[in-house]
Write a protein that binds this ligand. Sequence first.
Ligand SMILES: Cc1cc2nc3c(=O)[nH]c(=O)nc-3n(C[C@H](O)[C@H](O)[C@H](O)COP(=O)(O)O)c2cc1C
Length: 354
Amino acid sequence: MAGNTFGTLFKLTTFGESHGKAIGGILEGCPAGLPLDMEAIQGDLDRRRPGQSAIVTQRKEPDTVVFYSGIFEGKTTGTPIGFAIYNTNQKSKDYSHIKDSYRPSHADYVYDQKYGFRDYRGGGRSSARETASRVVAGAIAKQFLGEVTFTAFVSQVGELKLNTPYQELDFSNIETNPVRCPDPEMASAMEAYIKKIKKEGDTIGGVITGVIQNVPVGLGEPVFDKLHAALGKAMLSINAVKGFEYGSGFNGVQLKGSEHNDAFNTDGTTKTNNSGGVQGGISNGMDVYFNVAFKPVATVLQGYETIDKDGNMVQTKGKGRHDPCVVPRAVPIVEAMAALVLADFALLARGNKM
Ligand SMILES: Cc1cc2nc3c(=O)[nH]c(=O)nc-3n(C[C@H](O)[C@H](O)[C@H](O)COP(=O)(O)O)c2cc1C
């Protein structure tokens, strides 16, 4: 299986399956001498952890990260940082009903066709459990980047959409509710809606907005590794993601160039930021902001029709512990992937000019 590594210099490789012994990763390229705040790393993992509220999967995992290498006396040594998160709460028999059939819109069918083999327990490698390793590496990337801040929040669940521009939102509200929406009224409505969907044994999608601030000018590598292209790949590599837009995004097409252009101030900043902090694939020092759309995930706890391995139509019913809406838990994953992209470009930028 190829494609388990992300990044050029600040480079993460992940391993593990949902119901194996552990998941984990090897992070290469983090410079030596970075003091690590272990609580902050575990803190980000706790925000992604299952079982954290009534609106997420009830799998109970402490998700404690154990480091094996690359850190000495609280600082990175410059060698590969190896880490694992042990799986402690697998209930593999919850998945015996899909051993010989495929969940529609999950990865079951394609894994079986591609590899001729499938670990059906919890989705195996296709499980979003893998993203816990990204959160560990992303938390290290955030610390490497120092002043650059990464904020993500839920801006839409189903048709419930927050229309307030991010500049007018109070980010300190994000972690005060289980949905991770910074508008308390909208957060309550979203929470109630997710509970209703869960009761029906169904799932619902949502949007996460990401905002990266204090970005230095000059990150991003033209032409193929533009900053927004790398961010798009990073976000689209997250399980269940269906869409990515940055800056003015799809709405920008409705404006004329004279309206869309970001006029300069004398210090090089711009009066507006339709560019989303990126021009020509290179950061211009303004906020980088983007939206990531997540689908309503595949495992519905209802009866459904599908096919078995022999192509017969079968009637089955979803079982097990699943997320009715993944966006609350995906917020730290979005931040982590954004941080990995910026850390990589920050290292690459060291070769920009004399
Ligand atoms: C945080 C998170 C939690 C998820 N939880 C579930 C889940 O409980 N049940 C499920 O069917 N899919 C879940 N998914 C999505 C699947 O991993 C994903 O849909 C599947 O691997 C197929 O990939 P695709 O949707 O990207 O095509 C989750 C995704 C994320 C990001």
